[in-house]
Write a protein that binds this ligand. Sequence first.
Ligand code: NAD
Ligand code: IPM
Ligand code: MG
Length: 350
Amino acid sequence: MATLLLLPGDGIGPEVCAEVRRVAAALVPNLNVEEAIYGGASYDAHGTPLTDEVRDRALASDAVLMGAVGGPKWADAPRHLRPEAGLLNLRKAMNVYANLRPAYCFEALAGASSLKTELVSGLDIMFVRELVGGVYFGEPRGIDTLPDGQKKGYDTALYTTSEIERAGRVAFELARGRKNKVHSAEKSNVMESGLLWKQVITELHAREYPDVELEHILADNCAMQLVRAPKQFDVIVTDNLFGDILSDAAAMLTGSLGMLPSAAIGDPGRPGLYEPIHGSAPDIAGKGVANPLAAILSFEMALRWSLKEVEAADRLLAAVKGALDSGARTRDLGGELTTVQMGDAVLCRI
Ligand SMILES: NC(=O)c1ccc[n+]([C@@H]2O[C@H](COP(=O)([O-])OP(=O)(O)OC[C@H]3O[C@@H](n4cnc5c(N)ncnc54)[C@H](O)[C@@H]3O)[C@@H](O)[C@H]2O)c1
Ligand SMILES: CC(C)[C@H](C(=O)O)[C@@H](O)C(=O)O
Ligand SMILES: [Mg+2]
C-alpha cells in the first residue's frame, strides 16, 4: 500500500489539507494517508520547523503533500528555525530539484483571470523551477556589521553545470510530450550564474534535444510577456528565485493564486513533494474561506507523478473541472463558497 505523508503546516495549510484528506479517502481508499506536524506548528511544539523524525518519514514515504508554512507569529524566530527554513530543508533533504508549476486556465475561469478572456482561454504553461540551488542556498550569506556601523546583507546566487543540466533535462523531456517548446529565462545580461545557465542550456539542447524548439529570454522580459501574450509559452525553465516570482504572477492568469498546484520531483523512484504554490495566507486563515483547489490539484499531481494512479488523477481533474463548470467559486474566484463547500463540490463529482 502506498503512503502519502500530509504536512498541513500553518495558516490555511490545515484547512486546505483537510479537503485533500476527504478527496483521497473517496478516490483512493487504499492509499495510506499519514500526517505529521511541520512548519511553525512544529517550531512551537519541538523548537524546530522540521524534526529529523518528520524528515525521515518524508524520505520513506511515496509522496509528501504539504499545505503551507509561515506567518507573522514566527517572524522573529531565528532565521534557521523559521517555518520557511523548514520548507527549504525538506526540499533539500528530498533533493526535489525540479519544481513543476503548471499554469493552465480552466475554461470556466477564463473570465476570472486578471487578463482578458481571449488572452488566457486555452492557456497551458508548465514552469520548471530549479528548486534546491541558486540564491536560496548559495554561500556565503548573512548580515554583517561594517566598521562604520552600517550593516551589509548578502546572498550568493550560485549554480553548477550539473544543477542546471538536470533541471533543463526535465524541461526538455516535458516539452517533448507537449508543444515541444522551451523558454529558458535568466538574467545572463547581468549575472554570472545567469550566463552559465544560458550556456549550459544551449549546450544541453544542442547535444541531446535539438528536436525541441529553444528560446532564451531575459527574466524581466519573460514577466512582461506573461502579461502581454501568455499563450506564446509552453515550458519555461528558470532558476529558483525567478521561478518563484514568475509562477505567482502566472497564477493570476488562471484566476487565483489559490488555483496553482505544484510537484517537486527529483531522481526517478524518489518521493516527490507536492505543494500548492500559495502560502499560509494569514489574512484569511481560520475563516474557512481559502480555495482548496491548489492543494487538491497538487494531490492530483501526486497521483500522477509519484503514486502512479493515473486513472484516479484523471477522475479528480474531471471532478475539479465539473465543479468549476457548475459555477462553484470560492471568494478569491469571485464567489461565496467556503473551503469545505468547494471540497464538497469536487467530492460529489468523484
Ligand atoms: N509553500 C509555502 O508554504 C509558502 C508559499 C508562499 C508563502 N509562504 C509563507 O506564507 C506567509 C504569507 O505569505 P504571503 O501573504 O506573502 O503569501 P500568500 O500566498 O500566503 O498570500 C498572498 C495572497 O493570496 C491569498 N491567497 C493565498 N492562497 C489562497 C487560497 N488558497 N485561497 C484564497 N486566497 C489565497 C492570500 O489571502 C493573500 O491575500 C509567509 O510567511 C510566507 O513566507 C509559504
Ligand atoms: C515560502 C517560500 C520559502 C517559498 C519559496 O520561496 O520557495 C514559497 O514562496 C513558494 O513559492 O513555494
Ligand atoms: Mg512563492
